[in-house]
Design a protein around this ligand. Structure first.
Ligand code: PLP
Length: 361
């Protein structure tokens, strides 16, 4: 009912839209305990946040021979932007190895921390394995042994499955998507420490990101507007704010416990079925259940579960290098959220048991 562009019109509808949009920045600030509203940049999602940092920080500050560290369990969106950056700058991508449980090997990580490392970009919770990485101690170690590095945390999976406090973590950048937290698709957040955002180049040029434009030259708007060129996704950002209000109205710590209990219950029951192996056995694990069944195609299981009204993801989960590392092609992945019930978890396990009976040659 107030569809108008923001930050430009003097009319009532534009003012109302601007206020609603900017209020969401404050909600996100509180959600992750950022220091100020201007540390919150709205993006299209996690992927755009990482690409923004690779472009606006990486292209400006990386030289040939500088190093970028990521882990073996990264989503493609936390691999490819860094490969592109390496192609553009001559920087070198180094990969932190994981063990067979799907945990980062602390020793190996420490060995990679040197003065040559300029960017460390690591997933907080693996979307394929559920592993919760020890991000806080990893950042502490980075500060000591790789003092020239900034640290980006991919919080796509962790933002709704535990409290995130960027100041406590001391993350330099943190990225996530609204659609993983009951909000709409196509919008998300890049958090960045103010002094870093200040020093970075704009990501795109256009309206709203400028202070003054002439053919002789252009000066840029202050952060975060410097990074939000053009008409943004106004309606979805406002809807994202409604999702944050909804989540804030729930007793989240209890719900985190509930979803973890559902996942662990499902794993225990699945392991009683013939040929099932759980992929990702880190002791500290989120509500993700990734598994394979000996002799049965994962896609076939996914299609059978769909006929039972159960939505799982099958495939490589945008983590092809992780699948290569674990010597598997694909997995079936169920992920639980606060609205799931034990009856649903039981129905899921029973449906997998049926799939095995039907599909086993
Ligand atoms: N990182 C992780 C861990 C993810 O799970 C996802 C999406 O599933 C992404 C990054 C990319 O998020 P988006 O597609 O919303 O940009």
């Amino acid at each position: 009912t107030y569809n108008a562009n923001i930050h430009r019109g003097v009319h009532f509808l534009s003012q109302k839209g601007s206020q609603a949009y900017d209020e969401v920045r404050t909600k996100v600030k509180h959600l992750i305990n950022a220091n100020a509203d201007n540390e919150i940049v709205f993006t299209r999602g996690t992927t755009e946040g990482i690409n923004l940092v690779a472009h606006s920080y990486g292209k400006l500050f990386l030289k040939p021979g500088d190093q970028i560290l990521i882990s073996e369990m990264e989503h493609h969106s936390n691999i490819v932007p860094w490969q592109l950056l390496c192609e553009n700058t001559g920087a070198v991508l180094k990969v932190i190895p994981i063990n067979t449980n799907g945990e980062i090997i602390e020793n190996e990580y420490h060995k990679l921390l040197t003065h040559a490392v300029k960017i460390i970009s690591v997933v907080h919770v693996s979307n394929s394995l559920g592993t919760i990485n020890p991000i806080k101690p990893m950042i502490v170690a980075a500060r000591q042994m790789a003092p020239n590095a900034v640290v980006l945390v991919d919080a796509a999976q962790s933002i709704v499955h535990g409290k995130i406090d960027v100041q406590d973590l001391d993350a330099d950048f943190l990225v996530f998507s609204s659609h993983k937290m009951c909000g709409p698709t196509g919008t998300g957040v890049l958090y960045g420490k103010h002094h870093l955002l200040e020093r970075m180049q704009p990501y795109q040029g256009g309206g709203d990101m400028i202070k003054e434009v002439s053919f002789a030259g252009t000066s840029y708007n202050e952060v975060p507007f410097k990074f939000e060129a053009g008409t943004p996704n106004i309606a979805d950002v406002i809807a994202f704010g409604a999702a944050i209000d909804f989540l804030n109205s729930l007793k989240l710590p209890l719900l985190y416990e509930h979803e973890i209990a559902l996942a662990r219950f499902s794993e225990t029951e699945l392991l009683k079925l013939p040929g099932v192996s759980i992929i990702g056995n880190a002791p500290n694990k989120a509500a993700v259940v990734s598994f394979v069944i000996e002799g049965i195609n994962t896609l076939d299981v996914g299609m059978y579960l769909d006929t039972q009204g159960i939505a799982v993801r099958t495939g490589q989960h945008c983590t092809a290098p992780l699948m290569q590392k674990l010597c598997i092609d694909t997995t079936i992945r169920a992920s639980f959220y606060f609205y799931n019930t034990f009856d649903e978890a039981t129905a899921f396990v029973n449906a997998v048991a049926k799939a095995i009976k039907i599909l086993r040659p």
